[in-house]
Write a protein that binds this ligand. Structure first.
Ligand SMILES: [Fe+2]
Length: 452
């Protein structure tokens, strides 16, 4: 198979993504004022919609602040297995409301501990070439090709969990996507030492920022919000997501794959306060809020999208997004091997400090990325990087693992790992009489793009 161009990005680390970690921002072009007016011509309807949204936030805030972390739905992996690979209806309804799910026992505790030990050894063995953020004492390592990461990404429980949550999404039968097949997205990892205050990520949203308004296809996902009917917005409709352009500015913060859910699996016992994830557990309302607010009458003449900058994440701040900030909650205690998944539009943050005295706060980032043209095209570029041992295309081009012999290679992968990485085809027998035209098209595109 041919190595395709990897379009390598500049060197750097995770701070390249975030304006609040020091990434540069620029003043927005006046054309964005015109864009606002094109999106919404009658701001009075939007204002009425906004007023209803504020009332809804007030109502929900009481429950969220009273219950805290326990509002985040959770399930044990065995309960998904025992339910035929589906979330029980009550859990599914909660995930649709909250946008996120904790999956207990995603990996066995001993497996997660072994992965971590292996990764730490890998770092120790190659410390002279390793980079991360912050540079002097990395907490987020620019590491993608450890064998432990390869194994975790293809762990059978990841399939079970992600395919269960993927089923919460829907689209037209002709939409070329297969929610029953996930491709492998190779992200980095975090080992956040006790007391660390460097890797504090303020509230933000990934998957682009200005692109949500600027790209005509991405914008369609939020049409009901712009029309003043946020209640009708369906966060789980893939129809206009699969061709949405999430990275118009080719910046290090852009994720080229369409992630239904971002996710991580814990390689520590992490308590609330232990430098863990925080989310806003109201997926429809919070999205409506940050999408609508820059378009309201009192802001519509300003070329400013409230925390959206070209090629950066969407920042969410108390200044502009108070109801969202007021409803943020930390994850409940996560144990070794527990996983969390959160919706691609979901506001999230990382607690400012790991307050745990002796335990590091460590995770492997692994999202849910279903088979569709966009994802397969990225997979092809990622495959080329994997074969060359260089950094995946979406990340700063440090290429630190290129000369490390103990990294994962095609020879070290099992069949399942190879399929996820695009080194072997998915079997056509995975389709049956119930498969949609869109699933069939997604598989054909996948095999064509990868040259099978
Ligand atoms: Fe993020």
């Amino acid at each position: 198979m041919m190595l395709s161009s990897t379009n390598a990005k500049a060197k750097g680390n995770i701070s390249s993504v975030f304006a609040h970690l020091g990434a540069s921002t620029t003043k927005l072009d006046p054309r964005f004022v015109t864009l606002k007016k094109d999106i919404c011509k009658t701001t009075d309807v939007l204002q009425a919609s906004y007023d209803r949204l504020i009332s809804k936030f007030e109502e929900e805030k009481k429950e969220i602040q009273a219950k805290g972390s326990s509002v985040i739905p959770e399930i044990h992996i065995n309960d998904i297995k025992n339910n035929g690979g589906r979330l029980p209806d009550a859990v599914a309804a909660l995930v649709k409301k909250r946008g996120c799910l904790v999956v207990r026992g995603l990996l066995d505790r001993t497996v997660a501990m072994q992965y971590k030990a292996d990764i730490k050894q890998y770092i120790d063995n190659n410390r002279d070439v390793m980079v991360g953020y912050p540079q002097d004492q990395p907490q987020v390592w620019e590491l993608y090709w450890t064998k432990a990461q390869a194994a975790a990404r293809a762990h059978p429980h990841f399939d079970i969990a992600t395919l269960a949550i993927n089923q919460l999404w829907h689209g037209h039968p002709d939409t070329p996507i297969d929610l029953s097949k996930n491709l492998t997205y190779c992200d980095r990892l975090r080992i956040r030492v006790p007391g660390d205050e460097n890797f504090a990520l303020a509230e933000h949203v990934d998957g682009g920022s200005l692109e949500r308004w600027e790209d005509p296809e991405y914008r369609k996902c939020y049409e009901e919000i712009f029309k003043g009917h946020w209640e009708n917005f369906d966060p789980f409709d893939v129809t206009h997501r699969i061709e949405a352009e999430m990275d118009l500015y080719d910046a290090p913060g852009g994720c080229s794959m369409f992630r239904l859910f971002q996710g991580w699996v814990s390689l520590s016992d992490i308590t609330p306060g232990g430098g863990t994830l925080r989310v806003c557990p109201l997926i429809k309302e919070q999205t409506a809020y940050y999408m609508m607010k820059p378009l309201l009458e009192d802001h519509k003449d300003q070329a400013d999208f409230m925390g959206a900058w070209p090629g950066r994440c969407q920042d969410i701040s108390a200044t502009h997004h108070r109801p969202i900030i007021d409803t943020m909650v930390s994850l409940p205690t996560m144990q070794y091997g527990d996983g969390v998944f959160w919706h691609c539009d979901q506001v999230h943050a990382v607690e400012p400090k790991n307050e745990m005295k002796t335990e590091d706060s460590s995770v492997l980032y692994i999202p849910s990325t279903p088979m569709c043209r966009r994802n397969t095209e990225y997979l092809k570029r990622q495959r080329a990087c994997f074969l060359a041992g260089i950094t995946p295309p979406d990340f700063p081009g440090n290429n630190t693992e290129q000369h490390i012999n103990e990294r994962a290679t095609p020879e070290s992968l099992d069949t399942k790992q190879k399929i996820g990485m695009g080194l072997l085809p998915f079997s056509s027998s995975s389709l049956d009489d119930n498969s949609t035209p869109g699933q069939r098209q997604a598989l054909k595109q996948h095999n064509d793009i990868l040259g099978f």
